[in-house]
Design a protein around this ligand. Structure first.
Ligand SMILES: Cc1cc2nc3c(=O)[nH]c(=O)nc-3n(C[C@H](O)[C@H](O)[C@H](O)COP(=O)(O)OP(=O)(O)OC[C@H]3O[C@@H](n4cnc5c(N)ncnc54)[C@H](O)[C@@H]3O)c2cc1C
Length: 276
């Protein structure tokens, strides 16, 4: 990573000509209103940001910000899916009544609305912490390490929830859910990108593991959650993480998914009680 520098590249050169060449725009599954393409930089004018050797660190700061934004975007997609599905379920009748009044579907709505509230609480915590630490430079404070863990949990968990909820929303619509004209396919496509850009779920898990291992961020998180959490559940989660961190390197990485998922859903549920 040494030798990577970060530059600000204006759209136009001083002489008014375009500062880059677009080779092609890509046809992608979603976020179509934000073009993605390949650009060539030939004799481009650019301004160095910070120092030459700071590039990677500065771009990691950008990722901190964009992961929090992504978490809020994921919560928004989840909420939109639930709102659309609810409207549909109130209108569509099967076996003599609106499908929302069938116990199985009603229970699923209740559970998913609770999940939405938890996801919002987790994403909002990431926003609140970012607001406190975004100006920090190395050496970072404990609060910064806490933020990093919360941001990884939020990015991972909210994007997973958005994709799962959009898949379920399509099922609520039944057959017409697969038709573009009913809109659910768009939320599913948008949700699939939320999980990948700004770092895939694997990246969130591995970076989350790193900040727990190197900075003890899980202890900071569990202490932070203390006022709203069941003491027994907190102790069990802490013991589980400590045991995991003692595993051999390969096993520690290979087994991290279940732990990270449970820590994210636990944190989100506790933060939901903080908000309510
Ligand atoms: C629509 C769109 C827009 C984007 N816009 C931007 C942008 O503006 N700027 C920008 O910089 N990037 C952008 N990206 C890139 C995006 O951040 C990357 O695609 C994403 O982080 C994944 O990296 P990759 O594609 O290189 O995957 P790869 O690194 O090739 O990874 C492939 C798979 O291997 C997994 N993997 C890799 N390493 C490990 C490991 N150690 N352990 C376990 N699994 C691993 C990954 O998680 C992934 O599942 C964009 C992507 C998309 C889809």
């Amino acid at each position: 990573m040494r030798g990577l520098a970060l530059f600000l590249l204006p759209k136009y050169r001083h002489d008014g000509s375009l500062n880059y060449t677009i080779r092609r725009l890509k046809d992608k599954i979603a976020t179509r209103s934000v073009p993605t393409g390949e650009v060539e930089l030939n004799n481009s004018e650019a301004y160095l940001l910070g120092r030459l050797e700071w590039g990677v660190y500065l771009i990691l700061e950008v990722l901190n910000l964009s992961r929090v934004a992504n978490s809020m975007g994921s919560v928004a997609v989840t909420q939109r899916v639930l709102a659309d599905a609810l409207g549909f379920a109130q209108e569509r009748t099967a076996f003599g009544k609106p499908i929302l009044e069938h116990p199985l579907l009603r229970k699923q709505f209740e559970d998913r609305i609770a999940q939405l509230e938890s996801a919002f609480a987790l994403a909002w915590e990431a926003v609140t912490l970012l607001d406190k630490v975004w100006r920090q430079m190395p050496p970072y404070s404990e609060q910064y390490h806490l933020f990093r863990l919360v941001a990884h949990l939020a990015k991972y968990w909210t994007a997973e929830l958005a994709a799962q909820t959009a898949k379920w929303g399509m099922e609520v619509y039944g057959g017409v859910g697969t038709l573009a004209e009913f809109g659910m396919d768009r939320w599913l496509r948008e949700a699939m990108i939320l999980a990948i850009w700004e770092g895939t779920p694997h990246r969130q898990m591995l970076d989350g593991l790193e900040v727990m291992e190197r900075k003890g961020a899980h202890r900071l998180l569990l202490k932070y959650l203390e006022p709203w959490a069941e003491p027994k559940a907190l102790r069990e989660m802490e013991a589980r993480i400590e045991a995991h961190l003692k595993l051999a390197t390969v096993e520690k990485e290979a087994q991290v998914e279940e732990l990270f998922r449970d820590l994210a859903s636990f944190t989100a549920a506790v933060l939901r009680s903080k908000l309510t």
